[in-house]
Design a protein around this ligand. Structure first.
Ligand code: ZN
Length: 313
């Protein structure tokens, strides 16, 4: 480390002008080239002269002290104080200070994105490619927006560079709704060696339409018309694994259930699927034509003539 002017004169920074003068005279007598002919003495004599020149001038000493204090404060923690122990002017100091400020370490921000997957994907695992917009300080103008006195052409004067990045996210099997996946350091870029932020992916397992899930069993209510209930017919129902066709037998009653085997929830351990229970509900049409009305009247008429029909209205 270079010596301060106080150290060169071997005095404390609190020394008065009289004390400095006294000490300077003493050192001159020791190191003046006429008295001391050694090479070291010549060098020391130069240094004590320079130190006295500064410290005996009120204005120069004031500036020097201010510089020392600022330097200490700014650079102490950064362990580069030694560079500034003497000899710098204020303009050097402030430009250095500015540069250090620019080099402040800033960690990148986290990014959170939501994605949707369906139930099969949640069970089996899947991948999604997502587009991430990264912004980072322009490497050319370093965020100043200008380079060489002109608008920075690299970032078009924005001071930052926007980059789109495609990231493929691997979604593991058996993932639960609202699971937050963390992709380390795929967030916004850190500045001056700061860490990148993380990318968080929230996985939303979208509800399968009208399917209720309990343990490994899926439940579904299928609405059928009165004539399908009476005459029978094929109906299509959703399952977790696609659509299935159920053959409704004639005279199917409301609340009657059908079991679809092996289309329920996959058990990860046993690798077996549960079942789906389809409950039949007869839906009365909200509108009918007059022709249908007359046909129903006829049905009612026929029914009233039947034996044992007295509890059915
Ligand atoms: Zn730029």
């Amino acid at each position: 480390m270079l010596k301060s002017y106080y150290e060169i004169l071997n005095i404390t920074p609190e020394a008065t002008k009289e004390e400095i003068k006294k000490q300077f005279k003493k050192l001159v007598k020791m190191y003046h080239p006429d008295i001391n002919s050694s090479f070291e003495a010549e060098e020391i004599f130069k240094q004590i002269n320079k130190a006295a020149q500064i410290l005996l001038d009120d204005e120069k000493r004031k500036n020097y002290d201010a510089l020392r204090n600022v330097n200490k404060e700014i650079y102490k923690s950064q362990k580069i104080y030694k560079k500034y122990s003497s000899g710098y002017t204020f303009s050097d100091l402030f430009s250095k200070k500015e540069k250090e400020k620019e080099k402040e370490i800033i960690n990148g921000k986290d990014i959170t994105v939501n994605i949707e997957i369906d139930y099969q994907e949640a069970i089996l695992g899947t991948t999604r490619t997502i587009n991430i917009t990264h912004s980072s300080i322009c490497p050319k103008c370093e965020g100043h927006k200008f380079a060489n006195g002109q608008k920075c052409t690299y970032c078009n004067g924005l001071g930052e560079k926007i980059q789109n990045k495609k990231i493929t996210v691997k979604i593991p099997p058996s993932i639960k709704n609202k699971t937050k996946l963390r992709l380390k350091e795929e967030g916004q870029k850190g500045i001056n060696g700061g860490k990148n932020g993380n990318l968080y992916v929230i996985v939303n397992v979208i509800n399968q339409k009208d399917l209720k899930i309990e343990n490994n069993t899926v439940y579904y209510d299928a609405f059928i018309s009165p004539y399908t209930a009476i005459l029978g017919g094929n109906i299509t129902v959703p399952t977790l694994w696609g659509e299935a066709v159920i053959k409704i037998p004639p005279l199917t009653k409301t609340n009657q259930s059908f079991k679809l085997i092996d289309v329920g929830v996959l058990n990860e351990k046993t690798k077996k699927k549960g079942d789906e229970i389809v409950r039949i509900l007869i839906q009365i049409p909200s509108k009918i034509t007059s022709e249908e009305y007359h046909l129903y009247e006829q049905l009612k008429e026929i029914n009233s003539k039947k034996k044992n029909a007295k509890y059915i209205y």
